[in-house]
Design a protein around this ligand. Structure first.
Ligand code: XLS
Ligand code: NI
Ligand code: NI
Length: 445
């Protein structure tokens, strides 16, 4: 890379000293993320497995439904040309390197412009894939996951796999076949399917049962294809309850896992969970993570957060330490993200439009996760919360509880035991005390 795209930005480093620079002059840096620092015997870098996404970082002009794009992107002439697409990729890999982000994610159409025909689109993509393969190698970055954009083009207006028209299903199949192939070629650790328009707006025009079957067929085809080309990465589904459709079929962890079970897909796919999708579904992120973990299906995380009071996917950078603590607690409890990562599926606010804000925003998210990781490790080392949970269920580990769990008692025998044991005494759940212990471990020191 001869040309420098962010000449005024020095590579970010860890500098824990409080800054005397005013916020308007401050250079991006990390106050809490020290890639090499060990937590529970493993480096922060290896715990957190950060990734940046190509779509928000390079392709989001920050327009909103009421106003035009504001992002300043001097490297981008806004054309659909291949040279412009290549420049963007070069700027992106410089950004990743300076920001100490080792991994990245993309949609096929973020990277290369769609052509007139499928063959033309594939040629465009191949040209860009060759280019980013060289950039990956030169900068020592890795692909966390790839995906296909099956929601922007007007042909997908009624859905992709769940379209009422076979020809749309076929277009989507062509796109996913190619996207899996290039993800494999780039050494991707995973491949994501987010059902952007796999849902409906009104049942007056929709055969729901048929559409769910179509989606299942599509997922079988994708999984079979990935196998057939020797793709060893993990296939991931990203639940979201709505937006853009009113009802999306893979609405949350539980619904998606049940969908997989119903159609013989369980075990073939894991979940990629996104905080703002969890909250749109009316859940906390820790609920979604825990449901997936209980099924052994937590694959990867799209790290962002919503905005209280705004009922849409605002994709803010995750700067809330209470949130990052809960996420890292789930990750540590699981024993780490083996093939997944923390992908910043996040965008700067429309008013943070300078190139340097790309660095500030990612650094803010990385620092929040560094703090969350350490806080989660403190909660685990302290042990009071986990001990409380263990004790709360202790009767299930005593002989009678074990027998019931093993299916050795009938309902009538349970009733007899109840009669023998007399009055039931309930114990307090102590929620507020536990919340206070967590606060003590977050902020006490
Ligand atoms: C949109 C989704 C999308 C997926 C990839 O809400 O989060 O960005 O992560 O298609
Ligand atoms: Ni996402
Ligand atoms: Ni999203």
């Amino acid at each position: 890379m001869s040309h420098e795209y962010f000449p005024s930005i020095a590579p970010l480093s860890w500098n824990p000293a409080p800054s005397s620079e005013s916020a308007s002059h401050r250079h991006p840096r990390f106050r809490f993320y020290d890639a090499s620092e060990k937590v529970e015997g493993k480096s922060m870098h290896d715990h957190l497995r950060f990734a940046a996404c190509y779509w928000h970082t390079m392709r989001n002009g920050l327009s909103d439904p009421f106003g035009a794009a504001t992002a300043r992107t001097p490297w981008d002439d806004q054309s659909d040309s291949i040279p412009n697409a290549k420049r963007r990729a070069e700027a992106f890999f410089e950004f990743l390197t300076k920001c100490q982000i080792t991994r990245w994610c993309f949609h096929d159409r973020d990277l290369a412009p769609e052509g007139e025909t499928i063959a033309h689109s594939e040629r465009n993509l191949d040209e860009l894939v060759d280019h980013v393969a060289a950039l990956q190698k030169a900068t020592n970055r890795r692909l966390l996951w790839g995906t296909a954009n099956l929601f922007s083009h007007p042909r997908y207006v009624h859905g992709a796999a769940t379209s009422p028209s076979v020809d749309v299903f076929l277009s989507a199949a062509a796109q996913v076949r190619k996207a899996i192939e290039v993800t494999h070629a780039l050494g991707g650790e995973g491949y994501v399917l987010w059902g952007g328009r796999e849902g409906y707006d009104t049942l007056l025009n929709t055969d729901l049962a048929r559409e769910r079957e179509q989606l299942a067929r599509f997922l079988h085809l994708a999984s079979d294809y990935a196998q057939s080309i020797g793709f060893r990465g993990v296939l991931l589904i990203e639940p979201k309850p709505h937006e853009p459709t009113t009802h999306q079929y893979d609405s949350d962890s539980e619904a998606t896992l049940n969908f997989l079970r119903e159609f013989g897909l369980f075990g073939k796919f894991q979940l990629n969970l996104e905080t703002n999708h969890a909250t749109l579904a009316g859940h906390s992120m820790e609920h979604e993570l825990t449901v997936a973990r209980a099924a052994g299906a937590l694959g990867s995380i799209d790290a962002n957060m919503g905005t209280v009071g705004l009922g849409w996917d605002t994709d803010r950078f995750p700067t809330d330490v209470a949130l990052t603590t809960q996420i890292m607690l789930a990750v540590l409890t699981m024993g780490g993200l083996s093939h997944g990562g923390l992908n910043f599926d996040a965008k700067r606010r429309r008013a943070s439009f300078e190139p340097v804000d790309l660095f500030h925003s990612h650094a803010a998210g990385m620092d929040a996760f560094a703090l969350g990781l350490k806080a989660a490790a403190r909660i685990r080392a302290d042990g009071r919360v986990q001990e409380f949970v263990r004790e709360r269920y202790a009767s299930w580990d005593a002989p009678l509880g074990r027998k019931i769990r093993a299916g050795e008692l009938t309902l009538a025998q349970c009733a007899q035991e109840a009669a023998n044991s007399g009055t039931v005494v309930a114990a307090s759940g102590r929620q507020e005390l536990l919340e206070s212990i967590v606060n003590e471990l977050l902020f006490g020191a």
